[in-house]
Design a protein around this ligand. Structure first.
Ligand code: 3PG
Length: 405
């Protein structure tokens, strides 16, 4: 693959730079619960402002399905972004049309504006030519700094790269370089840890990993389906009944490939999430009929830690329990601490990605103690599955076109 130029490689002074960021941050009770995605895009915005560009920031927020919905407005994120940057950031009430054009026309060199949620327009997800044209008229250059959205063939990701001179932002560059350097030819033994609630949303990842890793530890809700496939009593734990055969197939494929599967040997159970004071640790094959598994237990944490001691690389996606509801975050946080410790003590190459794991690692104060933490969720999965990311392909193609011109 040819190299994608970055903002360092071009003159931006006085130019209108359309920066696609991913400000799709998690919220809890109306407040941003994890600022990582905001913090990680700051270097690109700062650099462009410092060098006198007019910085026009584009992002989606949630999935409003092409219609205006105030609960998905980016207005509150503008304040958080301004606070993080330490300078004023203007807000544009629409990302296209007269309002956007006027707001951009009033922008001075060195200033930044965040335009309203791209997904208030159906043309964004449809990658409609008309919508991409409207966005493109707002800028002179396009900067993709949203690796985490680059698996989406949307107008602000692909359409803009096709229409404007395009470069990568620092975060996109960092994400690609780290994933390629650390995981294209991982040092072996190579381990995967996968959690989250459903096998169905990570089928392709599990399938790809049993082909490449030496050890795969499975936790979170999806482990229940594997435990059920092994005919364990899983009480009232949620699981995917229609995927029992798929779970069995994954287990068989792993065995054939010499990939060791580590399922929870003990779990933390309660009647449901509201009954945390009454939670208890039980063996995974003996979950009481009226209880559900809500976290991995201490013996499982120990087993994962022990196995990782013998590994050189680990990738992690998906929480290992209902981590938003303490004390069911203990398993996820304990594994995060163990990985951080091994990264420091024995040079384990540790790479984590996905919104929930990102939030859990940040909550535990361990973000700087992994070799690399990706801001991407779906894009991280698709990259690991070996899929082409349309946003990255579009940048490469535009770059080739520019080089030939
Ligand atoms: C993410 O949160 O992974 C990105 O912001 C992409 O969001 P999406 O899955 O709604 O496209």
């Amino acid at each position: 693959m040819n190299h994608i130029p970055s903002i360092k490689d071009i003159d931006v002074k006085g130019k209108k730079a359309l920066v696609r960021a991913d400000l799709n941050v998690p919220m809890a009770h109306g407040k941003i619960s994890d600022h990582t995605r905001i913090n990680r895009v700051l270097p690109t915005i700062r650099e462009l402002m410092k060098r006198g560009a007019k910085v026009i920031i584009l992002s989606h927020f949630g999935r409003p399905d092409g219609v205006y919905d105030p609960s998905f407005s980016l207005a509150p994120i503008t304040d958080a972004l301004a606070k993080a940057l330490g300078v004023d950031v203007k807000f544009g009430v629409d990302c296209v049309g007269h309002a956007a054009e006027e707001a951009v026309a009033n922008l001075k060199a060195g200033e930044a504006i965040l335009l309203e949620n791209l997904r208030f327009h159906a043309g964004e997800e449809e990658n409609s030519a008309d919508f991409a044209d409207q966005l493109a008229t707002l800028g002179d250059i396009y900067v993709n700094d949203a690796f985490s959205c680059s698996h989406r063939a949307h107008a602000s990701i692909v359409g803009l790269a096709e229409r404007l001179p395009s470069v990568a932002g620092f975060l996109l560059q960092e994400e690609l370089e780290n994933l390629e350097n650390l995981l294209s030819h991982p040092k072996k033994p190579y381990a995967g840890i996968v959690g989250g609630s459903k096998i169905s949303s990570k089928l392709e990842l599990l399938d790809a990993l049993v082909n490449s890793v030496d050890l795969l530890a499975i936790g979170g809700g999806m482990a229940n389906t594997f435990l059920a496939a092994k005919k364990f009593n899983i009480g009232t734990s949620s699981y995917e009944k229609n995927l029992l055969a798929t779970a069995e197939k994954i287990l068989k494929k792993a065995e054939k490939n010499g990939c060791e599967i580590l399922l929870p040997s003990d779990v933390v159970v309660a009647a449901d999430l509201d009954y945390s004071p009454e939670c208890e640790v039980v063996a995974a094959e003996k979950i009481p009929a009226d209880k559900m598994a809500l976290d991995i237990g201490p013996e499982t944490v120990k087993a994962i830690t022990e196995k990782l001691r013998g590994c050189k690389t680990v990738i992690w996606n998906g929480p290992l329990g209902a981590f938003e509801y303490p004390p069911f975050d203990v398993g996820t946080i304990s594994v995060a601490r163990a990985i951080a410790g091994l990264t420091k003590a024995s040079g384990l190459v540790s790479v984590a990605g996905g919104g929930d794991v990102l939030a859990a690692i940040a909550k535990a104060g361990l973000s700087n103690q992994f070799t690399y933490v990706s801001t991407a969720g779906g894009a991280f999965l698709e990259w690991l599955e070996g899929k082409e990311l349309p946003g990255i392909t579009a940048l490469h193609q535009q770059n080739l076109k520019q080089a030939k011109a």
